[in-house]
Design a protein around this ligand. Structure first.
Ligand SMILES: [Zn+2]
Length: 114
């Protein structure tokens, strides 16, 4: 379960921010993952609950968004949104797709602390 490692690095960043702002509690955090990370939101929630137990981050609201894979065909210019990655254009089937979103990005969209 690679989600545990992902959540740990996210928590490191949050804890650092809380220290900078002398925050006492994490209220909520909004996360975004590209569909190609194959991250499972359930596993993220589970890891988050397990890793924040008995810490000032425990009980924070967690919002997870999976960004769909958006691509552009380098031949015909079609811009498909894909559920799973495919290297070829579904329209001209010859064109090679370039991924523009939903790749392997992981982002902390917002942190609310108090
Ligand atoms: Zn195409």
């Amino acid at each position: 379960m690679h989600e545990l490692g992902i959540v740990q690095s996210i928590l490191d960043i949050i804890e650092q921010q809380m220290k900078i702002h002398s925050a006492k509690r994490l209220v909520r955090v909004e996360l975004e993952f590209g569909a190609m990370t194959a991250v499972m939101p359930d596993a993220i929630e589970f890891a988050f609950a397990a890793l924040t137990k008995d810490s000032p981050l425990e009980g924070a609201g967690l919002s997870i968004t999976i960004v769909p894979i958006k691509a552009v065909c380098l031949d015909c210019g079609h811009e498909p949104v894909l559920d799973t990655f495919t290297p070829f254009c579904p329209v001209c089937s010859a064109g090679v797709l370039s991924i523009v979103a939903g790749k392997d990005e992981m982002r902390i969209v917002s942190i609310e602390i108090e």
